[in-house]
Design a protein. Structure first.
Lengths: 329, 359
């Protein structure tokens, strides 16, 4: 009995803490839109902080734009990189009585209890960007990126260039990250099948300067290559700097094909200028898909919805694409 | 007579023995492995300028930021008997400040670049003052004091520009980061030379070197002799701040982009290492900046050698660690003393032999 009491007490304490924490963060959320909309939909978003990356910044902005007052939503947000604090915030949203809970979790574990509570309270849960290790019945749908598909799209584009030979310098991201594994996989398959030749495969752990050093050492070794496959935009830029210093032409009419990922706006402009050839998208725009699901415009065909992602070819890229799909400024 | 000469030679090298031996070993190793490693050629870059290229150029060019940081780090080490571990984070802040100014102007010209650089310098020196105050005034261990900025520095860098990887593009920035048209030597190398000359001149015309050493050897004794130890320590951190700003601006200029998370990441450890390989006492006191500069090139040469051998970059750190352990152990006082003993015994033995032969 004593134990139970203590538990309840702890629970109440935690709740009050959460309210305190959320009050400041959620306080800025808009008031219900008056007038023609009949019912305001309350949405609670638990996400990582925008400072995490350019991807996250775009992701947060997109959420805030789609779940706006004008679209008939009341948005409550909580941004933190710690799983514990995210869990508390989610609890807070549940007690507050939101209609929908949208989660991009810091970690994949620990969410069982909270999601069960949400289900009991009749709150519908959508996951975005990241999966969580829970039973599928606990959420409506998960809108995520398929990193290996990003790699496949890019490699298929490369194959469609019909080069007589493929000598690839492959610069990898931080080993073991989702993006690295996904984007490496498709290319590794080509190396193994012998269709493409691996000149060098090194990780620069997302570091632009390191990528430049790696490409420099390849150039100094005198080995020939005609493709640079960098797993993000920054590393592609580093690689291009090394090419520029060595007087090796690159891009649309150049000797070396340059490929990057992430679709930062500045990278797409490099594409437009013809200095690079390809940029693969990692789309942070899940808000529209979820909004459509909530409003019943579309229905989820399965629990896991793969966010459609594009790859841009320098020859077909338009200014509209840069504005629509580019990240950052 | 001959022996005296040999001893004299040894004394002249002094603390530079280890770094010079290290760089010679690396050169010999590469000569045996692949003599073409040292090939230097003149190519034309994509702007149409004739420029030098080759592994050696990559080494000297790539180590620029490290060499500049190692200079400042040597001074802090000598004066405070501890190291600043926040230089990487501080360089990210300085670089962000540099980019912030450049982005807020409509057109980038020489004046705005200079102004942006000076602004970055002031920002970095302010953070240097912060570290220095904690160390010199509040007598906090340098590593603990700078741990604060090490932890929060990159977040501060994020706040300055917001968003990820802001870019700046301008021929001037490109010239700073790679080549000035008409000059075949990479600009960062020229900046390192300028930095080294400035240090040399300052040491020549002021007593900073002597004051720093005396504060480092015994702070209270220095104070009793009328040296303002607090000020000297603070000054060393402010000078390191200026070095940090230069390194940060070079780092940004190389690619015309700042990624606050990866700019000069882990450089603090390499900088401390360069100071250690340079034969400087990490506990403060006597120092030689030239040793640290050679140390920086040793580290970079090691990295480039490993890359040239196609060692996977994930393994590079492990190989680097092995070589560095060897260097540091060989340079340690215990081994040095053993070696000196062995040497003198060897010489006296030879002398005996020669006198015997004379008889």
């Amino acid at each position: 009995m004593k134990r139970f009491k203590a538990l309840v007490l702890a629970g109440v304490l935690a709740m009050s803490l959460v309210f305190g924490a959320c009050g400041s963060d959620a306080g800025t959320a808009g008031k219900p839109a008056g007038g023609n909309t009949n019912k305001v939909i309350k949405v609670g978003v638990v996400n990582n902080p925008p400072s995490e990356s350019g991807y996250r910044e775009a992701n947060v902005k997109d959420m805030e734009a789609v779940f706006s007052k004008e679209n008939g939503y009341e948005l409550h947000t909580f941004y933190n990189i710690k799983n514990d604090e995210q869990l508390q915030a989610a609890q807070g949203f549940i007690t507050e009585g939101v209609d929908y809970l949208l989660i991009s979790a810091a970690e994949t574990t620990g969410w069982d209890e909270v999601l069960k509570k949400a289900k009991e309270a009749g709150i519908k849960v959508y996951l975005f960007d990241r999966m969580i290790d829970v039973d599928e019945s606990l959420y409506e749908a998960a809108v995520v990126s398929d990193m290996s598909k990003e790699g496949e799209t890019a490699v298929n584009w490369l194959l469609a260039q019909n080069l007589s030979e493929y000598k690839v310098v492959h610069i990898q991201g931080a080993m073991g990250s989702d993006a690295q594994i996904g984007r490496t996989g498709a290319l590794d398959a080509q190396f193994n099948s012998g269709k493409m030749k691996k000149v060098v495969q090194q990780t620069a752990t997302w570091d632009e300067a390191e990528a430049k050093k790696i490409v420099e050492s390849v150039i100094n070794s005198g080995e020939d290559f005609n493709v640079i496959y960098a797993e993000n935009d920054g590393m592609a830029k580093g690689a291009v700097a090394a090419l520029d210093e060595a007087g090796i032409t690159h891009g649309v009419n150049g000797k070396v094909i340059v490929m990057g990922f992430d679709c930062n706006k500045w990278a797409l402009r490099e594409l437009k200028a013809g200095a690079w050839n390809y940029d693969g998208q990692c789309s942070p725009f899940q808000a529209k898909i979820i909004s459509d699901l909530i409003k019943g415009v579309t229905t989820a065909s399965s629990k896991k919805i793969i966010n459609e992602e594009k790859g841009f070819d320098a020859k077909e890229l338009t200014d509209d694409d840069i504005n629509t799909y580019g990240l950052g400024e | 007579m001959k022996n005296k000469n040999l001893n004299g030679f040894k004394l002249n090298l002094g603390q530079l023995t280890i770094p010079i031996i290290a760089i010679c070993l690396l050169i010999i190793f590469n000569l045996i492995r692949d003599p073409s490693f040292f090939a230097i050629e003149i190519t034309h870059n994509n702007d149409g300028n004739a420029v030098l290229a080759g592994n050696l150029i990559s080494i000297i060019n790539g180590a620029s930021e490290l060499a500049i940081l190692a200079m400042g780090m040597t001074l802090v080490t000598a004066a405070c008997g501890g190291q600043d571990i926040s230089v990487g984070a501080a360089a990210a802040i300085a670089g962000s400040a540099f980019v912030k100014i450049l982005k807020s102007t409509d057109s980038i010209n020489g004046g705005t670049v200079l102004f942006a650089f000076l602004f970055a310098c002031i920002v970095a020196m302010l953070f240097g003052t912060f570290n220095g105050t904690l160390v010199a005034v509040f007598k906090i261990q340098p590593m603990i004091a700078t741990l604060i900025l090490y932890t929060c520095g990159r977040s501060i860098a994020y706040w300055i520009n917001g968003g990820a990887t802001p870019t700046v593009s301008s021929p001037i920035i490109n010239a700073i980061g790679s080549f000035i048209p008409g000059i075949p030597v990479p600009t960062p190398v020229l900046i390192v030379i300028t930095g080294a000359v400035i240090f040399k001149l300052v040491f020549h015309f002021t007593s900073l070197e002597l004051l720093t050493q005396s504060v480092g050897i015994n702070g209270s004794a220095a104070r009793l002799n009328g040296i303002n130890a607090t000020f000297i320590k603070l000054l060393s951190f402010i000078i390191l701040g200026a070095c940090v700003a230069v390194a940060g601006c070079i780092g940004v200029s190389r690619l015309g982009l700042i990624n606050h998370e990866t700019l000069l990441i882990d450089v603090e450890m390499d900088a401390i290492l360069a100071v250690a390989i340079g034969g400087n006492n990490l506990g403060g006191g006597k120092f030689k900046i030239s040793g640290s500069i050679i140390g920086a090139y040793v580290i970079q040469m090691l990295t480039i050698t490993l890359y040239a051998m196609k060692v996977s970059s994930t393994d590079v750190k492990a190989y680097k660690a092995i070589v560095i352990v060897l260097l540091v152990v060989i340079g340690s006082p215990v081994i040095k003393a053993r070696f000196a003993k062995l040497w003198s015994r060897f010489q006296s033995g030879r002398q005996k032999v020669s006198t015997k032969g004379a008889e």
